[in-house]
Design a protein around this ligand. Structure first.
Ligand code: G3I
Length: 333
């Protein structure tokens, strides 16, 4: 079968994945699979504050640099995740960053990190997961240290700093929970669209929306009709759209592996049919690529103890029905 990186390229699309340094650097067969299938690579952990910054004045780029070199040596693009996030903050953060110095810490971090990879990054998740539909605020901005210290303007500050540090990278706002047909996802889509409109109207340098695509097998969450109009509205703002963290949590799907794989594949297919119908969608990336290594295994294990099967390749690196869904959706794009 033709690797996804090649079939996607013939359609003008990028296929790739986010993976961890530990697995990529220690499992040669896994590294081969990633290189074979992916045209774009993102470090899942290695560019977060807690990994990069062991101390408030220390930066450790070793792991991320190794991954950038891996990408380069396999002809892959490299994608940055993430400059601003309320999670993945180092222990020193809470005792060091405050209202008085927050803007300095934010802009210095972005200048240093985006500057380190300037000219080499395809795109950067500048701000990740800033919206939380449950909050009382009209703009639904999540209560994060940055919001508390700097107000909603922190988002503009971050994008401006990123543009200054790396004018060539595609600057992206990235979020989850905006994929399926539920009232909560619709509330979140509306808030994300308002945010993007506000950023564009102020001339804040943003070029893309990242939709994570952490899907799950719950019956309320397997329909994707409402996202269609949202994608069009985002495209109308002149933004590119990337699917950045696709996987399907199969925790609630049947135990039988073959039955489960077909159900997962159908969710991939139904989602991709809608998103790849939108011309502004340029990139599809999965969060991991093989069931051997998935964040869901540690965070959300199955109650029956069975191994989760959320990704396009199984734990032995054999392509699953989900891989076929990707290949077919790309072929039809
Ligand atoms: O590698 C260490 C291990 O040596 C140690 O024994 C263990 C004990 O806690 O921790 C391991 O590191 C963990 C790492 O995942 C690797 O498994 C970290 O504690 C843990 O915080 C880290 O979680 C990651 C999380 O982001 C926070 O950075 C997940 O793997 C990663 O999948 C998740 O990714 C997020 C995206 O950034 C944003 N979108 C949602 C996505 C999934 O939650």
């Amino acid at each position: 079968a033709i690797a996804l990186r090649s079939s996607a390229r013939t359609k003008g699309l990028l296929f790739g994945a986010a993976v961890n340094y530990n697995t990529l650097s220690s499992d040669q067969a896994y590294a081969n699979l990633v290189a074979q299938q992916c045209a774009i690579l993102a470090p899942a952990l290695e560019l977060k504050w807690d990994v990069l910054r062991p101390g408030s004045d220390q930066f450790n780029f070793t792991r991320a640099d190794w991954m950038a070199q891996f990408a380069r040596s396999h002809g892959m693009l490299f994608r940055g995740h993430t400059l601003v996030w309320h999670q993945g903050l180092p222990n020193w953060f809470a005792s060091t960053v405050n209202k008085q110095n927050a803007e300095k810490y934010l802009t210095a971090h972005i200048s240093r990190v985006a500057g380190h990879y300037a000219g080499q990054m395809h795109s950067w998740d500048v701000v990740n997961e800033a919206i939380e539909p449950q909050v009382q605020r009209a703009d639904k901005l999540r209560s994060t240290p940055w919001l508390r210290f700097l107000g909603p303007e922190y988002i503009d500050i971050a994008f401006r700093a990123a543009a200054a540090a790396d004018p060539r990278a595609l600057l992206t706002y990235n979020d989850f929970g905006i994929e399926h047909d539920t009232p909560q996802a619709e509330t979140k889509r509306t808030a994300v669209l308002r945010l993007l409109e506000r950023l564009k109207s102020r001339g804040t340098p943003i070029q893309a929306l990242g939709i994570q695509g952490h899907l799950f097998g719950h019956p309320d969450s397997v329909k994707f009709t409402q996202i269609r109009r949202f994608l069009r509205n985002v495209a109308d703002l002149g933004l590119q759209i990337m699917i950045t963290e696709l996987d399907v949590n199969d925790q609630q799907l049947p135990r039988d592996a073959a039955v489960r794989d077909r159900a997962v594949a159908k969710i991939y297919a139904d989602f991709l049919a809608v998103v790849l119908d939108e011309p502004a969608v340029t990139t599809i990336m999965t969060w991991g690529i093989s069931d051997r290594y998935t964040w869901l295994a540690s965070k959300k294990p199955r109650e029956d103890g069975g191994r989760l099967r959320p990704l396009p390749f199984d734990a032995q690196f054999k392509p699953k029905p989900a891989w076929q869904s990707l290949a077919s959706a790309i072929a039809l794009a």
